[in-house]
Design a protein around this ligand. Sequence first.
Ligand SMILES: *[C@@H]1O[C@H](CO)[C@@H](O)[C@H](O)[C@H]1NC(C)=O
Ligand SMILES: *[C@@H]1O[C@H](CO)[C@@H](O)[C@H](O)[C@H]1NC(C)=O
Ligand SMILES: *[C@@H]1O[C@H](CO)[C@@H](O)[C@H](O)[C@H]1NC(C)=O
Ligand SMILES: *[C@@H]1O[C@H](CO)[C@@H](O)[C@H](O)[C@H]1NC(C)=O
Ligand SMILES: *[C@@H]1O[C@H](CO)[C@@H](O)[C@H](O)[C@H]1NC(C)=O
Length: 485
Amino acid sequence: MLSTALLLLVTHAAATCVPRPKAYASTADGKYKISPYSAPVLGPGSPGNSSTWDLSIDDTPSGYKQKVTGFGAALTETTVDVFDKLPADQLAQLLKELMTSEGNNFAIMRHTIGSSDLSPEPAMSYDDNGGNAGVVDPSLAHFDIGSRGLAMAAMLKSMKELNPNMVTLGSCWGPPGWMQNDHILVGAGINTLNHSYSEQYGEYFVKYIQAFEAAGAHIDAITIQNEPLNNNSGMPSLVIEPAESGQLIHDFVGPALRHAGLETEIWAYDHNTDRPDYPQTVFDMAPEYVNTAAWHCYANPIDWTVLTEFYHNNSHVEGFKQFHTECWTSNIYTGWNQAADFTMGPMQNWAMGSLAWTLATDTNDGPCLDTPGACCTCTGLVVVDTAAGTYNFTTDYYMMGQFSKFMPQGATVLEGTGSYTYSSGGGVESVASLNPDGTRSVVIENKFGNPIYITLTTKGGETWSGLVEAESVTTWVLPPILSAI
Ligand SMILES: *[C@@H]1O[C@H](CO)[C@@H](O)[C@H](O)[C@H]1NC(C)=O
Ligand SMILES: *[C@@H]1O[C@H](CO)[C@@H](O)[C@H](O)[C@H]1NC(C)=O
Ligand SMILES: *[C@@H]1O[C@H](CO)[C@@H](O)[C@H](O)[C@H]1NC(C)=O
Ligand SMILES: *[C@@H]1O[C@H](CO)[C@@H](O)[C@H](O)[C@H]1NC(C)=O
Ligand SMILES: *[C@@H]1O[C@H](CO)[C@@H](O)[C@H](O)[C@H]1NC(C)=O
């Protein structure tokens, strides 16, 4: 029921030119791509014959949760390679769409320090000194980010020019082969760090950050090892145990950055949610250097509530932050709601942002390393036809945009209820934010094969109602809290 008081407020609001509620939708079938959609109405509305679903948000201070840093994806060497094959005007347009409100308004980019599996052959580090099994270089005299590193730095620089608030995370897939006990960057063997080179390992990050800064790319944070529990012979990788990571950061990487006068943050872990003891160990062993955890999505089954538990265990840590830094998308293997799920779950559970793997590939999901285990079915959010010099966005890009366009940096995530997913896969999931301009964004993921009529109540006493399409993500942008006008 729309109360008389609320009616008066609405009349008043209309008179003082308050923004109208708006809605935007993206659907699995591609009919809607962050397209304007029928806006929610104040009050219970008319569900007609549609199934109904109730949601609530607490938009008062008691419901304020984490701040949003932003959303984005990984700039692999492959991403840069295919972007640089676009004609200059196409690339300029693409970057504008990625980094500004003309498109997805991305605000975090994760880039690979050297090669990952999504690199053109051959894989490289920034100090190979003669190839994957290069000669030891204890003074790092042969350190060189090379043409690929320079192209990566230039791309990051261009992106940050378009969004000056962009946060850049660098993640290392593997240090130079000569620092590893199997003495090879890509290959099978005792895939661990040779601790005789712990000091060089710390210096390696200093030199990388300095080289990128010199090339105009600012690095805000690093993870010392992507997926440190992943012993993968098909790509640069390195196994680092939890206490080993804590010790390397405390004794070598942290001091090396400090000594060089760098304020680059070091984020812990960068791997799956099934081992929260890993980032906890790093937090406990290197508290003067680490207050941020990075999570990936590949635990099976995935349980994002681990992030809420990790938040409660560490909310006393000054400057505590956590991010979802990696989940893949694939044209072949992942469903329409892959990106929606890996953005929704972390944001419901105290993450300050969520990132896809990977930002771009060509029309064959490449180029990728020519080794078993390399992901040659990972599809970028952007697909570049390198021959035609054109690009397309995937469904995952639009699904992420339903969050990133409407939950800007500095927004406050709100407590909410009503999200539920059945074991059959159907359900409605939602997350909301209070934005710096006072508007409120409510992202609603409908995982049912039929439209759902949503009724949202706010702690402030409003009711909003409207339809969301089958298999869609819909974002409502509500005007500032009515009682506050
Ligand atoms: C529900 O109503 C809409 C139009 O109001 C109609 O197109 C649709 O077929 C109806 N669905 C059912 C299951 O009756
Ligand atoms: C580790 O490095 C030291 C110093 O160069 C070397 O003597 C040792 O053989 C290396 N260990 C392995 C397993 O390669
Ligand atoms: C990684 O796998 C290789 C075999 O591919 C094995 O030799 C090695 O012991 C494994 N573990 C580590 C920590 O390197
Ligand atoms: C939180 O702390 C408890 C008590 O130490 C521990 O059992 C639990 O595993 C921790 N959870 C996470 C996600 O870190
Ligand atoms: C983009 O989509 C259009 C229409 O489906 C198609 O013709 C074109 O080849 C696609 N381009 C790329 C780069 O995938």
